[in-house]
Ligand binder design. Structure first.
Ligand code: PLP
Length: 360
């Protein structure tokens, strides 16, 4: 059965991207691979706004997120938590045997820079984890304000998850002072899952080199060593790298700024539609994500029935709420390749399904 995903990842992948994946295999130690790897670096660095390398990790984002913990935390990590993925990241650190402090905010509330500052000022930490865009509740924290605080503590390595925001708005890694920038392929990049990107600063690499038990698969020192030869430590997911190259060309052709404006516009279109129906945004006002909207189900719609109708009659799927928010919120993605037309068609389909469900 074929249907289009408007969940906040994985999202729809274009025919062009799928075709790009269907190319003959090359050896990952061949000059062809080195050429492929090196050819995408400049465009990746431009999108990450960094002069540091951008490594390609054959894993979903959590692999790289665990890797960052193992490579960078010696003393204690401050885990900023305002949603499901941040909660999990704290758990990842604990399972890696690290000391953590969970800095908790209600789901949907942004991470408060003042609280981050107060905690870092205790001097207990050598790392901080932060999720820029909490996909579970559609909350986007003020990265610039948080990083301004973090930069006051040079002993702290900052690890930032941009999994569901990367490429939908400018996130200027070097300017913000982000030490480790981590993202994934199946969100705004509109690639299939399985590839994660990591960009680490010199400071982060120096920290990694001073840590003995970095593990094997996500060893940052190995990523850097291999990067210098245009390669990855292990056999990479070459079809996804072909897809990434194709997507980077698409982004260049559209223009990054036009792409950012398109995401902002489509996000607003969905919001305007929902407000007119009587739904409310779940996250705190001013902190709504630009790549998805998480709405409180203020009209008590039967979301399972709605999605069933959307899938069977309109070949579309939205999200009926994550984890403890299931049923009380719903999420609609506007990531990737969506256009005014595709979003309008989605909203029309939801209107029709809602009417069929009982005139909502
Ligand atoms: C913000 C955020 N971080 C991390 C992850 C985990 O990514 P993955 O499941 O690809 O490892 C997700 C997945 O949805 C996410 O939205």
């Amino acid at each position: 059965m074929s249907y289009k995903l408007f969940i906040p990842g994985p999202i729809a992948v274009s025919e062009k991207t799928l075709r790009a994946m269907a190319q003959p295999m090359i050896g990952h130690r061949s000059t062809d691979f080195v050429a492929l790897y090196q050819s995408i670096q400049p465009d990746l660095q431009a999108l990450v706004y960094t002069r540091d390398p951008v490594w390609l990790s054959t894993s979903s984002a959590f692999g790289s997120m665990e890797g960052a913990i193992r490579n960078l935390v010696k003393k204690k990590v401050l885990c900023c938590m305002n949603g499901a993925f941040a909660d999990k990241w704290n758990d990842v650190a604990l399972r890696c045997g690290k000391q953590t402090t969970p800095l908790k905010f209600e789901w949907g509330q942004p991470v408060d820079p003042a609280k981050v500052k107060a905690e870092l000022a205790t001097g207990a930490y050598d790392a901080i984890t932060l999720i820029h865009n909490e996909t579970s509740c559609g909350c986007m924290s003020d990265l610039a304000a948080i990083m301004a605080v973090v930069r006051e503590f040079p002993e702290v390595v900052s690890i930032v998850d941009t999994v569901s925001s990367f490429s939908a708005l400018p996130i200027k890694k070097d300017e913000l002072g982000i030490d480790v920038f981590i993202t994934g392929s199946q969100k705004a990049l509109a690639l299939p899952p399985g590839l994660s990107l990591i960009s680490a600063s010199k400071k982060a690499l120096e920290r990694a080199a001073s840590i003995a038990d970095r593990g094997y698969y996500f060893d940052f020192v190995e990523f850097q060593k291999n990067h210098e030869n245009g390669m990855t430590p292990s056999t990479p997911v070459i079809p996804l790298i072909y897809a990434l190259k194709s997507k980077l060309a698409d982004i260049k052709a559209e223009g990054a700024d036009v792409r950012y404006a398109r995401h902002a516009r489509l996000n607003q279109t969905v919001r305007t539609w929902a407000f007119a129906k009587g739904f409310k945004l779940f996250p705190k006002e001013g902190y709504g994500s630009v790549t998805l909207n998480c709405f409180a189900n203020t009209l008590n719609v039967d979301l399972a029935a709605l999605n069933k109708l959307l899938k069977s009659k309109h070949q579309l799927v939205i999200d009926g709420g994550y984890g403890k928010l299931k049923g009380t919120t719903f999420r609609i993605s506007n990531m990737g390749d969506e256009t005014d037309e595709t979003i309008a068609a989605l909203l029309k389909a939801i209107d029709s399904a809602l009417a069929e469900l009982g005139g909502k």
